[in-house]
Design a protein around this ligand. Structure first.
Ligand code: ADP
Ligand code: 5GP
Length: 216
């Protein structure tokens, strides 16, 4: 089974990237999937860390090769989640974090029903607008992003979890709790028992002992 895929999605400007950075700092065993985009880097963004920045031609070649688990056109640029990265992370036993837009979240959920989808909600539209404006670069698509947000917010109803990103600390704690709860799932713990528990007696009792309530 390996690690799980967590999808963090929200209207642009809600705080996905900010929440994701905190999660990655505070939770070990979680790795963000660096996605591909055809949009140019913003000041301070680094190739291979924030995105794999790529040309439209290269992106289209990767689409043809089936390299993307999903891809979408967001505000005129292409964005895509590399399938191989998701597989590499989960096969290593780590959880994969996808920070992607709402349409991408639906596509991943359809392809990978075991993925856990989390929708971050802004506390208000006024605050959302403030946050988009506060990002420090001139946003070429502010009006479009705000209009799109009105169509994306109702999609929250289709997600597994909804977290309001009002106060950052509290939103981060909630998302962490969601991820941690999946790490305590029976099937996952049983699969990883030797890694999470260093005691042979307990391991052999859990794996091979008789449960007195059900089995005697
Ligand atoms: P997204 O990745 O969803 O587009 P960002 O993470 O870039 O959004 O956040 C947009 C802006 O909102 C940033 O300036 C960020 O610092 C700010 N922000 C994020 N979360 C909060 C919060 N809980 N309270 C106040 N500001 C926030
Ligand atoms: P930005 O241009 O602001 O970095 O990103 C625009 C939107 O595209 C954000 O909502 C971001 O999360 C999303 N995004 C980033 N990578 C991907 C991806 O691989 N697939 C999809 N569907 N959306 C992505």
């Amino acid at each position: 089974m390996g690690g799980r895929v967590f999808i963090l999605s929200a209207p642009s400007g809600t705080g996905k990237t900010t929440v994701a950075k905190r999660l990655l700092k505070e939770l070990s065993g979680l790795e963000r999937v660096v996605t591909y985009t055809t949009r140019p880097p913003r000041p301070g963004e680094r190739h291979g860390t924030d995105y794999h920045f790529t040309s439209k031609e290269e992106f289209e070649r990767l689409v043809k090769e089936g390299a993307f688990l999903e891809y979408a056109n967001v505000y005129g640029n292409y964005y895509g989640t590399p399938r191989s990265e998701v597989e590499r992370i989960t096969a290593s036993g780590k959880d994969a974090l996808l920070v992607i837009d709402v349409q991408g979240a639906f596509k991943v959920k359809k392809e990978l029903p075991s993925a856990v989808s989390i929708f971050l909600l802004p506390p208000s539209l006024e605050e959302l607008k403030r946050r988009v404006e506060a990002r420090g670069f001139k946003d070429e698509n502010l009006d479009r992003r705000m209009k799109t947000a009105l169509e994306e917010i109702p999609c929250a109803r289709y997600f597994d979890y909804i977290v309001v990103n009002d106060f950052l600390d509290s939103a981060v704690e909630k998302v962490k709790a969601i991820i941690l709860s999946y790490r305590a799932e029976r099937s996952r713990v049983l699969e990883e028992l030797e890694r999470v528990l260093r005691n042979d007696e307990i391991i052999s009792l859990v794996k091979g002992g008789k449960c007195y309530v059900e089995e005697t």
